[in-house]
Ligand binder design. Structure first.
Ligand SMILES: [Zn+2]
Length: 511
């Protein structure tokens, strides 16, 4: 194939474990080369009514407020262990350091909610409003970095929206221009979130929606349809902090059994590990052979297809760039990868043989899961509820390791069995694309903040937000929020992945 291989090291001895990891990463990197986004977003398994539903919303909201920054490190997962003395909230973050802060905040919020749940009578509307204000302010202060991220995104799209409205003379009066300009001013985070919450049913939001609906839906980042939707989305995001506070307070009394006697604990750390490196044998042709059955009749035609795709799309170059990327490396030697939060919680429950409350094998996570985590859940012997996913591949993903004599053989072998269960799906998807000679797929961001990303990336496009809005209803967590949020609240459903590193992990902790 190409000269890129000339710089690759010669093959060296690899342990059995390393070879097994290579069997996983080789097709995974190939699949990423063929397109990082492997499908449309999906949502949590929906349970529409009853205690299960209420509890899942509650846990989703708790996970959400614990994720205090944009980026992957603070992605937080929570699950409830069933114990005789009361439930235990188990919490994990992508980053082992960041989870300490989230754990402390979770304890504090649960303590507040516990007091509400213990009140003998339903709080008066005035008292409720006061409680909601106090809790939302607490959430906003904790999530200041995240909120600043939303504000930054909003400031990016506002000039384009204002410019459009001015140029097109699209509005009959200037009120909406003044209103849009008001979002560019610097006010305290609490105030801007309150303004956003109060704006959710305003005439200006309605005007923006109506103007947007008159535009053609488009994936183009410059489409006014996307610009207007983004303005509404980020205002919705900012206002959501009040919404989630109200939702949590509304859940407190119905879920009093979860707030009477409980503990909050951090899942034991699951350290990152090294990924196998590439060598001069890391060739697409060889990988293809290893992905297909022995003596496969279709091998020659698949090789021909892959070669044709390589010639046209430069797959080898891209593959090796991805495989040898040092972006996430913790040293200058080897690439390293970490265990994502939802898998930490899942495996902790599995290996410790914990029971989920009501046997509802649900793990709440603050952002949709990545492609690999979703696949991992899908094949896990515990048969947990499948998480929402943005279907993006993160190559710094890895399964947990259970090394040491204190683990039974069955536990030590478990990650290997999981990889073996996942590999056929990955291979199948890559082979199908090679069979069809489909070009590498366009990547979509974990969320619609593609506006900002695209601005940095020249002509990259972003997904049609309206499409995403219709598809995503991540938050049943939102449904129990103030019931009058109407369709504007669906803007907030786009949450959960407000940044390009949504499912990732920087691993900076481990340096
Ligand atoms: Zn993941």
């Amino acid at each position: 194939m190409t000269s890129e291989l000339h710089n690759m090291p010669k093959p060296h001895f690899r342990s059995k474990e390393e070879k097994q990891l290579m069997r996983f990463y080789e097709p995974l990197v190939l699949l990423h080369t063929l397109g990082r986004s492997r499908g449309d977003r999906t949502q949590n398994s929906v349970v529409s009514t009853g205690t299960f539903s209420e509890r899942r919303k509650f846990l989703n909201n708790l996970a959400y407020i614990c994720d205090f920054n944009t980026g992957g490190d603070t992605v937080t997962s929570i699950a409830l262990q069933d114990c005789a003395d009361g439930p235990i909230y188990w919490v994990a973050s992508n980053s082992e350091k960041k989870v300490l802060k989230s754990h402390e905040f979770l304890m504090s919020v649960l303590s507040d909610l516990s007091r509400v749940s213990a009140e003998s009578a339903e709080p008066s509307p005035e008292h409720k409003e006061r409680l909601a204000t106090e809790l939302s302010e607490k959430i906003i202060v904790f999530a200041k970095k995240r909120i600043n991220g939303y504000r930054s995104h909003l400031r990016t799209v506002l000039p384009r929206a204002i410019d459009y409205l001015q140029r097109r003379d699209a509005v009959e009066n200037s009120d909406i221009l003044d209103w849009l300009n008001s979002w560019r001013t610097n006010v305290y985070s609490e105030d801007v979130c309150r303004l956003a919450y109060d704006a959710r049913r305003s005439e200006n939001i309605r005007v923006l929606r109506n103007l947007g609906e008159k535009q053609n839906r488009s994936g183009n980042r410059d489409s006014i349809y996307n610009i207007l939707h983004s303005v509404r989305h980020y205002i919705g995001r900012l206002g959501y902090h009040f919404c989630v506070a109200k939702a949590l307070l509304n859940s407190a009394r119905p879920l009093a059994t979860l707030l009477t006697s409980y503990e909050v604990r951090i899942v034991a750390p699951m350290p990152p590990g090294e990924m196998p490196d590439a060598d001069s044998k890391t060739k697409l042709d060889g990988i293809l052979v290893r992905m297909m059955p022995n003596n496969a009749v279709a091998l020659p035609s698949m090789q021909e297809n892959l070669q044709a795709m390589d010639d046209k799309f430069g797959l080898t170059k891209r593959y090796l760039e991805l495989y040898t990327d040092r972006k996430y490396s913790t040293s200058d030697k080897r690439r390293s990868a970490g265990v994502h939060a939802e898998i930490k919680v899942l495996e902790y429950f599995f290996t410790q043989k914990f029971r989920f409350v009501d046997n509802d094998k649900f793990i709440a996570t603050s952002k949709p899961s990545c492609y690999c985590c979703h696949l991992y859940f899908k094949h896990h012997p515990l048969m947990p509820s499948e998480p929402a996913t943005h279907c993006n591949i993160y190559l710094n993903w890895r399964p947990p390791q259970f090394v040491g004599e204190h683990f039974k053989n069955s536990v030590r072998d478990h990650p290997r069995h999981m990889l073996f269960a996942m590999i056929p799906d990955i291979r199948q998807e890559a082979l199908q694309q090679i069979l069809e000679r489909s070009p590498p797929r366009q990547s979509h961001p974990d969320s619609n903040t593609g506006i900002t990303e695209s601005a940095n990336l020249g002509h990259a496009s972003i997904p049609d937000l309206s499409h995403e809005l219709e598809r995503l209803s991540l938050a049943g967590d939102i449904a129990s929020c103030v019931g009058d949020y109407s369709d504007d609240i669906r803007l907030s459903d786009l949450e959960s992945s407000d940044d390009e590193e949504g499912g990732g992990i920087s691993l900076l902790d481990y340096e």
